[in-house]
Design a protein around this ligand. Structure first.
Ligand code: ADP
Length: 267
């Protein structure tokens, strides 16, 4: 006769149950945090979209109201067109950055990885920046030792976007003649590069928030002639995380900031 198997309830001790409940609670807290961040982002973005749209609407209404009377003078029309153009560019930057960020975060934008010596990648970026007019009034410095031979697996386009955003900020938040330095940390086992500036710096209590979506240092305004979505550093953080790396910032108000990007060398 075949053996009858007796069902035995697996023994679960109270420690395992407590551990599982703790993990569930932690996961729940994380979800709630992410949900709150998403809501805040939507609120901020709706606010940021509204301002340029209101300006564009007012300019159009003004031109239309004049059409019914004596019409707009060529000067007035020129002014209104410039205003519309300017605010439309602000909208474009915001929408493009938002699209880019959501694509990365939804995992729709896969990395096209290639193995490269990090020094070569950084130097090529630096040479391009040197001949870029936007940096003509900054003092660009490259601090990469000749024998720095670490290799990384990166999506060159995306990692260039990281450098673009860090360089753009270094320029945006500094005065003419400020230093912008690109270098590597030779004391680290992994590949660590940094972008350092001698700009306005960031208040200590704001540093932990600057990578949040749409966070701006309170009271800080976008410098004249610059466009800002408030998403630049979130994009940088997402791309770095996609590469299995991390980013952090050290800054002293009034002296300058340094952004470090760490990438695994064995990926
Ligand atoms: P933004 O489009 O506003 O520049 P970012 O996400 O790139 O958005 O940066 C967030 C905020 O962090 C900026 O608004 C600015 O206050 C601060 N910040 C970023 N980079 C620097 C820097 N190099 N120096 C000083 N402040 C900076």
């Amino acid at each position: 006769m075949a053996d009858k198997r007796k069902f035995e309830q697996p023994g679960v001790d109270s420690n395992t149950v407590a551990e599982l409940s703790k993990k569930l609670l932690e996961a729940n807290a994380k979800l709630q945090e992410a949900e709150l961040e998403r809501k805040l982002m939507l609120e901020n973005i709706s606010h940021d979209l509204r301002a340029p749209l209101t300006a564009i609407r007012s300019a159009i209404d003004y031109i239309k109201s004049k059409e019914e009377g004596s019409g707009t003078s060529p000067e007035e029309l020129g002014d209104m067109l410039r205003l519309i153009d300017n605010r439309a560019q602000t909208l474009e930057v915001l929408v493009q950055d938002l699209y880019y960020l959501t694509c990365i975060e939804n995992g729709r934008d896969e990395l096209k990885l290639q193995r490269v010596p990090i020094a070569q990648f950084l130097e090529e970026y630096f040479f391009a920046a040197q001949i870029d007019d936007r940096y003509a009034k900054r003092n660009l410095i490259c601090e990469i030792p000749e024998d720095y031979d670490k290799e990384v697996q990166i999506d060159v386009g995306k990692m260039s976007r990281v450098l673009d955003n860090l360089f753009t900020n270094a320029r945006k938040y500094s005065e003419e003649g400020a230093d912008i330095e690109l270098g590597v940390d030779t004391n680290s086992d992994s590949a660590v590069f940094y972008v350092r500036d001698t700009g306005i710096g960031i208040p200590e209590d704001a540093i932990e928030h600057i990578f949040d979506r749409t966070f701006r240092v309170s009271g800080a305004r976008t410098p004249d002639g610059e466009r800002s979505s408030g998403l630049g550093l979130s994009i940088v953080k997402s791309i770095t995380a996609q590469h299995g790396g991390r980013i952090w910032c050290e800054s002293t108000l009034g002296k300058g900031s340094c952004f470090y990007v760490e990438l695994p060398t064995n990926a």
